[in-house]
Design a protein around this ligand. Sequence first.
Ligand code: ZN
Ligand code: ZN
Length: 347
Amino acid sequence: MAKMKAIRKLGARAGMEVVDTDLPRIGPHDLLVRVRATSVCGTDLHIYKWDAWAQSRLKPPLTIGHECCGEVVEVGASVQGFKQGDYISAESHIPCGHCFQCRTGLQHICSNLSILGVDVNGCFADYVSIPAACAWQNDPSLPVEIGSILEPMGNAVYATLIEDVAGRSVAVFGCGPTGLFSCGVARAAGASLVIGIDLNPGRMELARKMGADHVIAGNDPELLDKIARLTGGLGIDVVLEMSGAPAAVKTGFRILTKGGRYTAFGLPSGPIELDFANDIIFKGARVLGINGREMFTTWYKMMGLLKSGRLKPDPVVTHKFRLEEFDKAFAAMQSNEVPCGKVVLLP
Ligand SMILES: [Zn+2]
Ligand SMILES: [Zn+2]
């Protein structure tokens, strides 16, 4: 049987290994995809480090990776709409198709959700099997680096555009990849003011490149005054919380204008204390949680923004390595010296 290279978690311990393994077998509803580029997510770093979340969720052995694009090389017998040679990107959320959420247009938060590279073998490999229901057809002209980051960029598109941002002020807390994409999306969608907030000067610079009008250090003692000046004392219309840091969550509610929208995406490592009465009730805040991307409303919006040329995600891809060099990828993500956006791995 044909063999391929894959980055796998072989046992319940830190690290990952490059192994030769069998090609995935596909079912009648699946596509076999030759991976052309795959990008590394914070989730993969949790898995690499084997932290408490990873220990509770993963069942090794498992091939890691859930953000990728590639060429369809085999099509399951019951699949319609895809053929050999198609260039696709993967939606990592694999819905069951029959639960309440799936039947009411919320497949992306399916009650029986599986995630590529977390619950089933993923795409840090030469080949990956994905359900055709999770494939997105790309234009052949889309560079593979961009094809590999559509899934995480989709998080930002969904989080930013779940409500209109045109003519509104937007503050993005946390300028990691999702926050950086969000700055670009808010700018492309006509926000009147985009403010990027982070602690790392390199990331703040990237936020500027992605279209932030202003960047402010999260620990700047004048942060509240600066926001007040920039918004004529009104506060921010739309807060996008991409950091998961408790201090940022608190500050986000403080700078939100009354009746504003607070979008929660960044994952805190534990419960966070809120001033429920003042931050949410008296403020009339709309707090919207974001998990994943809408299947596939978000993808259509994202492609529209990319095709228009208004959303230019290139500055977010800061590193490229060969697939086997995954150790370098995880080192780059944990280094504070060179600002790290998305790291793309090429098989
Ligand atoms: Zn991810
Ligand atoms: Zn479901």
